[in-house]
Write a protein that binds this ligand. Structure first.
Ligand SMILES: [Zn+2]
Length: 161
C-alpha cells in the first residue's frame, strides 16, 4: 500500500519535473522525434509514449577514460602480437635463439607493465571522471608512457645490446 503510494508520488514528481523542464526548451520525443516543447503531461502528444526525466553521465568526462584504455591496450596488442611471432620463431629455431629469448622476456615485461597499468586505470576510472579537464588530459598524456615503455624495452634488446 505504502509502496504503491510512494511510486505514484515519484510519478507525479517526474511529471512535474518533465513539464517544467520542457516548458521553454526544444527537445525531440525519443520515440517519434517530434518537438515536445511545452507538453502538459508525461505523455508525448504526438505518439502517446510515456516520457521520463533522468540524470545521465557527462560523456566528455568518460572520453578521457576510454582514451587511456585505448592508449594502454595499443601497446599491449603490439607486444602480444610480436611475442606470439617470436615464440613461433623460438619453437621452430629460426634465427639467433639467445637474442630471440631476450626479446621474448622484454616483450613479456612490456605485457606485464601494460596489464598492471590497465588494472590501475580501471580502478582510477571513477576518480578520474571527477577531475578537471586539464588534469584529465595530463593523466591521459601520462598513460602514453605505458606503450612507449614497452616499445623502449623491445628496441633496447633488439638494437642496443
Ligand atoms: Zn512521440
Amino acid at each position: 500500500m505504502n509502496e504503491s503510494k510512494s511510486q505514484s508520488d515519484v510519478r507525479a514528481t517526474n511529471s512535474e519535473g518533465l513539464t517544467d523542464y520542457l516548458r521553454d526548451r526544444d527537445r525531440s520525443c525519443p520515440q517519434c522525434e517530434k518537438n515536445i516543447r511545452g507538453i502538459t503531461s508525461q505523455c508525448c502528444p504526438h505518439c502517446g509514449i510515456e516520457l521520463i526525466l533522468r540524470i545521465g553521465l557527462d560523456q566528455s568526462n568518460f572520453t578521457s577514460f576510454i582514451a587511456g584504455i585505448i592508449i594502454i591496450t595499443s601497446g599491449l596488442g603490439f607486444s602480444v602480437f610480436v611475442l606470439f611471432l617470436l615464440i613461433c620463431a623460438v619453437l621452430t629455431s629460426i634465427g639467433n635463439i639467445s637474442q630471440l629469448q631476450q626479446l621474448v622476456v622484454a616483450l613479456g615485461l612490456g605485457i606485464v607493465i601494460s596489464l598492471v597499468a590497465l588494472l590501475l586505470w580501471l580502478r582510477l576510472g571513477r576518480w578520474m571522471r571527477c577531475q578537471t579537464k586539464g588534469r584529465r588530459r595530463f593523466i591521459v598524456a601520462l598513460s602514453m608512457l605505458v606503450p612507449l615503455t614497452s616499445l623502449a624495452l623491445f628496441l633496447m634488446v633488439r638494437y642496443f645490446r
